[in-house]
Design a protein around this ligand. Sequence first.
Ligand SMILES: Nc1ncnc2c1ncn2[C@@H]1O[C@H](COP(=O)(O)OP(=O)(O)OP(=O)(O)O)[C@@H](O)[C@H]1O
Length: 300
Amino acid sequence: MTTVLPIRSPAPDAVPAAPPVIRLESVRKSFSLPSGESFHAVRSLSLDIHAGDIFGLIGKSGAGKSTLLRLINLLERPDAGHVIVDGRDLTKLSRSELRDTRQNLGMIFQQFNLIQNATVADNVAFPLKIHGRHTRAEIKERVLECLKLVGLESKSDSYPAQLSGGQKQRVAIARALAPRPKVLLCDEPTSALDSETTHELLATLRDINQKLGVTIVIVTHELQVVELLCQKVAILEQGELVEQFAVDGPTGPRLTVLGREIDALVRRRAREAQEALLSDPESVGSAASHRVHVQGVAYA
Ligand SMILES: Nc1ncnc2c1ncn2[C@@H]1O[C@H](COP(=O)(O)OP(=O)(O)OP(=O)(O)O)[C@@H](O)[C@H]1O
């Protein structure tokens, strides 16, 4: 059966600005090349991301998107600048403080990074076990909760090799959510997935953001991911932030080609929703005309 889910909510009116859950202050990151030269992957970049946002980072290959994402949880340590998460400057924390704070920052990757010889349940339990603060019963209960969130409770005893790509990514999401993070960092989570599975996964991420209030930061090179999922987007070029705007706000004028392309997609989708509303009001119900609907959502 085809389910039709609203994936984008209208921007709430006049919500007071919350303090940023992530603040990057003049962060820089260079890498040493074999030639001995330095490559500037991120150049003095500042950015605020607010609690509850779904924030896209987009740009051409090599623009520095993944490096920027990895600076947020200090998988890459900045050469300069500050990374402030939930009011704490991560660059100033001891190793054990950083380990604790990272519980607040779940992460998923393009290639899923699951433990192949562990079951789905054991993969999801992993971050809880290494932290060592939970009883077996608590871990079992939390694993089940997280698998339910992503619609995979029936796959608890399966191994990653027995799952589809979309299912593997949902196990990775469940694992990332197990320690109850405030933020989920997503590095190209749909790049290895086909279009239909991408839509399903975006609906899952949207659901998690709405149900749990988890802030999502997503690196992607797919414009439709930004258009379908993100509330805000930052566009990177050669390690610099060249433009940012609210995807669900008013369109244009934009500074970049990517910005204009995102606007064009948003306008096209709004037009299609309007046409659908006019031709068959029942099918859209009372939903705002600019809501985006995703077809074929069926977990597991
Ligand atoms: N560990 C590293 N050592 C040397 N160079 C690196 C390292 N990590 C990234 N780079 C370089 O930094 C630049 C930015 O890389 P990054 O992966 O952040 O870009 P990206 O925008 O995510 O690109 P893509 O979309 O292709 O993944 C690239 O030129 C990359 O080769």
